[in-house]
Design a protein around this ligand. Structure first.
Ligand code: NAP
Length: 355
């Protein structure tokens, strides 16, 4: 039971962009279980593999799922799906670090997509609120940015000023997209924008083959790639189920407002592996120690990790102030071990670690 109770309004349909995604899946589940009608625009509604987990939930939940076809890069693409909706959750945005053309693969869909969805909200009278899934990446690029923040802690007051097309372009995509969202929201007064800024999301996926970058990290930790040691990259972590609850509060709590850091643990890569040791240490080559920074510095470039990244992240602690989300959205967080073990169990069940 959340500390700050809220009621999911089931009178009007709710739009969830990127409904096939890892984070969105749990938001859709929460809405369907509350009895809401969910409009789910996806790039390919006929791809049964991508939507199977959503249609399966809809079969037993009291709510109703309606799939639509839409693409972030096509103007007007969300018009049909948004018709009659009261709350819009805009989660769709590419989350990957392996790109060859960051402008085309990350920035354009993130920024044009946000403009596309929010401008549609301007044209849709029924919309009263838009919840944007931004990121802590719109606040900081590297762990050193948190060290350099006032008091060594990132807060909702801070904007990312260090990401670029050449360095951590995903963070740039989230920063530019959130800035575009505030610009559009501030130019009108019919609907309210509430922004969620999650740290790295962990925990079980609802779908079988998640594409979110979160799974690549756990794959590296448990798949043996880091058995000699994990770089202690300072990072924040949050469970996908707690994050979904934060989104629902942001959508339906009347007082929800502004940016909201949603992050449970000030952590690092080694701590993620350590949380798996008791349950999986005998069967998986999990790292047991930190890889020395000089070694990451030497080996990094051959693994696609730049020396700038190593310098600014390895052995650098990361701290965020998560008090606003707890206080105003009533978010509570489960322990790191529970999130990591549930995520790993699901990945194993899905065959993510084939011999
Ligand atoms: P995900 O599973 O990869 O989901 C991303 C979604 O975006 C997918 O449903 C994808 O739809 C959709 N998408 C991508 N490009 C699109 C396009 N051109 N048109 C329409 N839809 C498009 O990633 P996720 O982790 O759930 O991320 C969801 C949101 O949370 C993103 O905004 C991400 O930046 C944010 N976030 C994630 C994390 C994290 O650690 N996972 C942390 C902070 C913030 P398709 O099914 O059609 O590919």
């Amino acid at each position: 039971m959340p500390q700050v109770p809220f009621v999911i309004d089931t009178d009007r349909p709710v739009l969830v962009t990127g409904a096939t995604g890892y984070v969105a899946g749990w938001i859709v589940k929460g809405l369907l279980e509350a009895g809401a009608t969910v409009h789910a625009p996806v790039r390919d509604p006929d791809n049964a593999d991508k939507v199977a987990h959503l249609t399966a939930i809809a079969e037993t939940a009291p709510g109703t799922l309606k799939l639509f076809k839409a693409d972030l890069l096509q103007p007007g693409s969300y018009a049909e799906a948004m018709t009659g909706c009261g709350v819009v959750f805009h989660t769709a945005s590419p989350f990957t670090t392996t790109v060859t053309d960051p402008q085309k693969e990350l920035i354009d869909p993130a920024v044009q997509g946000t403009r596309n969805v929010l401008e549609e909200a301007n044209k849709t009278e029924s919309v009263s609120r838009v919840v944007l899934t931004s990121s802590c990446a719109a606040i900081y690029t590297d762990a050193i940015d948190a060290v350099n923040a006032p008091g060594g802690v990132i807060t909702e007051e801070i904007w990312n000023s260090t990401a670029s097309l050449d360095h951590q372009p995903y963070s740039l995509s989230k920063t530019l997209a959130e800035r575009a969202a505030w610009e559009i929201a501030d130019a009108q007064d019919r609907w309210k924008l509430v922004v969620i800024n999650p740290s790295l999301v962990i925990g079980p996926s609802l779908q079988k083959s998640p594409t979110s970058e979160s799974f690549n990290i756990v794959q590296m930790l448990a798949g043996g790639a880091m058995k000699m040691g994990a770089p202690k990259i300072g990072i924040g972590l949050v469970d996908v189920r707690d994050l979904a609850q934060a989104h629902l509060a942001a959508g339906f709590l009347p007082e929800a407002h502004g940016r909201n850091i949603i992050s449970a643990h000030n952590s690092d890569f080694l701590a993620m592996a350590e949380a798996l040791q008791d349950d999986f240490g005998d069967d998986y080559a999990l790292p047991k120690r930190a890889m020395p920074k000089w070694l990451v510095w030497l080996a990094g470039p051959s693994q696609g990790i730049s020396r700038k990244f190593v310098k600014r992240n390895v052995n650098v602690p990361w701290r965020a102030d998560n008090s606003k989300g707890k206080r105003e959205l009533g978010v509570s967080y489960r322990p790191l071990k529970e999130s990591m073990v549930d995520m790993m169990d699901k990945m194993i069940a899905d065959g993510a670690f084939k011999a």
